[in-house]
Design a binder for this molecule. Structure first.
Ligand SMILES: *[C@@H]1O[C@H](CO)[C@@H](O)[C@H](O)[C@H]1NC(C)=O
Ligand SMILES: *[C@@H]1O[C@H](CO)[C@@H](O)[C@H](O)[C@H]1NC(C)=O
Ligand SMILES: *[C@@H]1O[C@H](CO)[C@@H](O)[C@H](O)[C@H]1NC(C)=O
Ligand SMILES: *[C@@H]1O[C@H](CO)[C@@H](O)[C@H](O)[C@H]1NC(C)=O
Ligand SMILES: *[C@@H]1O[C@H](CO)[C@@H](O)[C@H](O)[C@H]1NC(C)=O
Ligand SMILES: *[C@@H]1O[C@H](CO)[C@@H](O)[C@H](O)[C@H]1NC(C)=O
Ligand SMILES: *[C@@H]1O[C@H](CO)[C@@H](O)[C@H](O)[C@H]1NC(C)=O
Length: 477
C-alpha cells in the first residue's frame, strides 16, 4: 500500500515538473556539419541549431510570464513549485528568424544581433546536443565577420555541458529547448543544470574552450579550465573558486602583432576565411595530454599560419602551450588562475570527456568589450594591455551587426582543409600565344572555388568539380 502511494505521488510530480509549452511547436533550424578522416575524407551529418533556454518565453499554464523581471516569487516560491508551475516555450522557424535573427542555409548559420543577439547550440537528431571530442583532432569552420563591429563578439566555443541539457524530474525540456548552459564564468542565469534558478543565487560552472571570440577588429583563442570533473552547480564563494574566468588567451594584437588580423590585414576580415584549430597531444593520441592548441587560417585558398608572437623569455611562438601560458602570466600581468585550475592539461581532460558546441553573437557596449578589442580594464599593478583598435568612440550600437558561420568540420589533424596552395599565375609568365588568354588557376581537392566575396580560382583541378555548400562557400569535391 505504501509503495503504491509513493509511486502515484512521484508520477504526479514528474508529470507536473517544468515541462514544455504548447503554444508554439519547437522547430530548430536545420544545419549540416562534417566529420573527416585522413583516409576517407569527409562525411556530412544532419543536425540543427537550438536556441538557449534563457532566451525563451517561460510561462505558466495560463500564459503568465514566470520571470517578468527575475522569477515571480508567487509562481516560484521554491525550486519544486517553480518547476511545476513553469513551462518553457518552443520557437518556430519564423520566430527563430524574426524574433532572434537566427537563420540557417545548408551548412551555414547566420546570426543578426537585432535587439539582443542570441546563443545557440548544435543539436543532434537524437535530441541530445552533439558531443564533440576534439583531442588529437581539429575543428574547422568558415566565417564572414566583416559586419561584426567593435563592442560585439561573434563567439564559437565548447562548454562541458551535459549532452541531454540536464534532463531530470525538475527539467523535462532538456537539450531540445536549449537548457543546461554552463561556462567558466559560472553564470547565474535563468537555469542551473537545466533547473530554474528561481532566486538567482546559483551558478553553473564548467570547463570552457573558447575557440573563437572575435569581431572584425580583434580575435582571441582561450582555454578556460576548471578543476572539477564536469559541470557543477555553485553557490557563494564557490562560484569564483573552481574555474579560471580569465583563461590563457592568444590575441595577436595584444601579443605584439597588431597588423595580423583586421580589415585589410594578413587575415582580412573584410572577406570570409576559414579557421582551423588543432588540439595536439603529447603522444599523438586522443588519450594523451593536451600539449598545444594550434591555429591556421585559410583565405582565398591560401593557408596562413597563425601570427607569430614573441613573449620575453620564450622563442617566437604561434600556438598556445603550457610554457606560453606560464610565461605570459609574468610578462602580460595575467591572473595566475590558469595554472591554479589545472592549466592546459586540465583543459585537455575536459575536451577528452566531450563538449557541447556553443555559438553566440553578443555585445557589451556599456562597459565595452575591451578585454577583447581595446584597452582592458585597469589593473593596479599594470597599465592594462591593448587588445585591439577599439575605443568607446567606435563601440556603438549596431542592431544590424551580423555574422555567418558555415562549413563546420571536425576530424583528424590536417584532414579538414586543403594544405596545397595553387601557385598564383602571373600574367607576365604565361607564354605569349596569339589571342588566347592565360589559363585560369585551378583549385585543388577540398579547396574553395566560389562564394560571395571570394576572389580566388573558380576552376577545380580534374577530376574535381566546384560544388556550392552555401552562398558564401563553394568547394572542389
Ligand atoms: C506574480 O504572479 C502572480 C500570480 O500569477 C501575479 O498575481 C502577480 O501580478 C505577478 N507579479 C508580477 C510582478 O508580475
Ligand atoms: C514550495 O512552496 C509551496 C508553495 O508555497 C509549498 O507548498 C511547498 O511545501 C514548498 N516546497 C518546499 C520543498 O519547500
Ligand atoms: C527572415 O526574415 C526576413 C524578414 O522578415 C525575410 O526577409 C527573410 O527572407 C527570412 N529568411 C528566412 C531564411 O526565412
Ligand atoms: C542522451 O544523453 C544521455 C546522457 O548522456 C544518454 O543517457 C541518452 O542515452 C542520450 N540519448 C540519446 C537518444 O542518445
Ligand atoms: C535559492 O534557491 C536554491 C535552490 O534553487 C536554494 O538551495 C537556496 O537556499 C535559495 N537561497 C535563498 C537565499 O533563498
Ligand atoms: C585603428 O583604427 C583607425 C580607424 O578607426 C585607423 O585609422 C588606424 O590605422 C587603426 N590602427 C591600427 C593599428 O589598426
Ligand atoms: C599537419 O600538418 C603540419 C604542417 O604541414 C605538420 O607539421 C603536422 O605534422 C601535420 N600533422 C599530422 C598529424 O599530420
Amino acid at each position: 500500500m505504501l509503495s503504491v502511494i509513493f509511486v502515484a505521488a512521484s508520477l504526479i510530480t514528474f508529470a507536473l515538473a517544468q515541462g514544455v509549452g504548447t503554444e508554439t511547436t519547437e522547430q530548430a533550424p536545420p544545419i549540416t556539419y562534417s566529420t573527416c578522416t585522413t583516409s576517407d575524407g569527409c562525411v556530412t551529418h544532419d543536425a540543427s541549431i537550438v536556441l538557449d533556454g534563457n532566451f525563451r518565453w517561460i510561462h505558466t499554464a495560463d500564459l503568465t510570464s514566470c520571470n517578468p523581471a527575475g522569477f515571480n516569487q508567487t509562481i516560484c516560491p521554491n525550486e519544486t513549485t517553480c518547476a511545476e508551475n513553469c513551462l518553457i516555450e518552443g520557437v518556430d522557424l519564423a520566430g527563430y528568424n524574426t524574433t532572434y535573427g537566427i537563420t540557417t542555409d545548408g551548412d551555414a548559420l547566420s546570426l543578426v544581433f537585432g535587439t539582443g543577439g542570441a546563443r545557440v547550440y548544435l543539436l543532434d537528431p537524437s535530441g541530445n546536443y552533439t558531443d564533440f571530442k576534439v583531442m588529437n583532432q581539429e575543428f574547422t569552420f568558415d566565417i564572414n565577420i566583416a559586419n561584426v563591429p567593435c563592442g560585439y563578439n561573434a563567439a564559437l566555443y565548447f562548454s562541458e555541458m551535459e549532452v541531454d541539457g540536464g534532463l531530470s524530474s525538475l527539467n523535462k525540456a532538456g537539450a531540445k529547448y536549449g537548457t543546461g548552459y554552463c561556462d567558466s564564468q559560472c553564470p547565474k542565469g535563468d537555469f542551473f543544470d537545466g533547473i530554474i534558478n528561481y532566486n538567482g543565487s546559483l551558478g553553473a560552472c564548467c570547463n570552457e574552450m573558447d575557440i573563437w571570440e572575435a569581431n572584425s577588429k580583434a580575435t582571441q583563442l582561450t582555454p578556460h579550465p576548471c578543476n572539477i570533473p564536469s559541470e557543477i552547480t555553485c553557490s557563494g564563494s564557490q562560484c569564483t573558486s573552481v574555474c579560471d574566468p580569465s583563461g590563457c588567451d592568444f590575441n595577436p594584437f595584444r601579443m605584439g602583432n597588431p597588423s595580423f588580423y583586421g580589415p585589410g590585414m594578413t587575415v582580412d576580415t573584410n572577406k570570409p576565411f576559414t579557421v582551423v584549430t588543432q588540439f595536439v597531444t603529447d603522444d599523438g593520441t586522443a588519450t594523451g595530454t593536451l600539449s598545444e592548441i594550434r591555429r591556421i587560417y585559410i583565405q582565398d585558398g591560401v593557408v596562413i599560419q597563425n601570427a607569430a608572437v614573441n613573449i620575453a623569455g620564450l622563442p617566437e611562438v604561434n600556438a598556445i602551450s603550457q610554457e606560453l601560458c606560464t610565461d605570459k602570466i609574468d610578462t602580460l600581468f595575467d591572473a595566475a588562475s590558469f595554472n591554479t585550475f589545472g592549466g592546459l592539461a586540465q583543459m585537455g581532460e575536459s575536451l577528452a570527456r566531450g563538449a557541447v558546441l556553443v555559438i553566440s553573437l553578443w555585445d557589451s557596449l556599456g562597459s565595452g568589450m575591451f578585454w577583447l578589442d581595446g584597452l582592458e580594464g585597469s589593473n593596479p599593478s599594470s597599465p592594462g594591455a591593448l587588445r585591439g583598435n577599439c575605443t568607446t568612440a567606435n563601440s556603438v550600437s549596431d542592431p544590424s551587426a551580423s555574422v555567418t558561420f558555415s562549413n563546420i568540420k571536425v576530424g583528424d589533424l590536417n584532414s579538414t582543409f586543403a594544405s596545397a596552395v595553387p601557385p598564383p599565375i602571373s600574367s607576365s609568365s604565361s607564354a605569349p600565344t596569339s589571342t588566347a588568354s592565360a589559363p585560369a588557376a585551378t583549385q585543388t581537392h577540398w579547396g574553395q572555388c566560389g562564394g560571395m566575396f571570394y576572389s580566388g580560382p573558380t576552376v577545380c583541378g580534374s577530376p574535381f568539380t566546384c560544388q556550392e555548400s552555401n552562398p558564401y562557400y563553394s568547394q572542389c569535391l
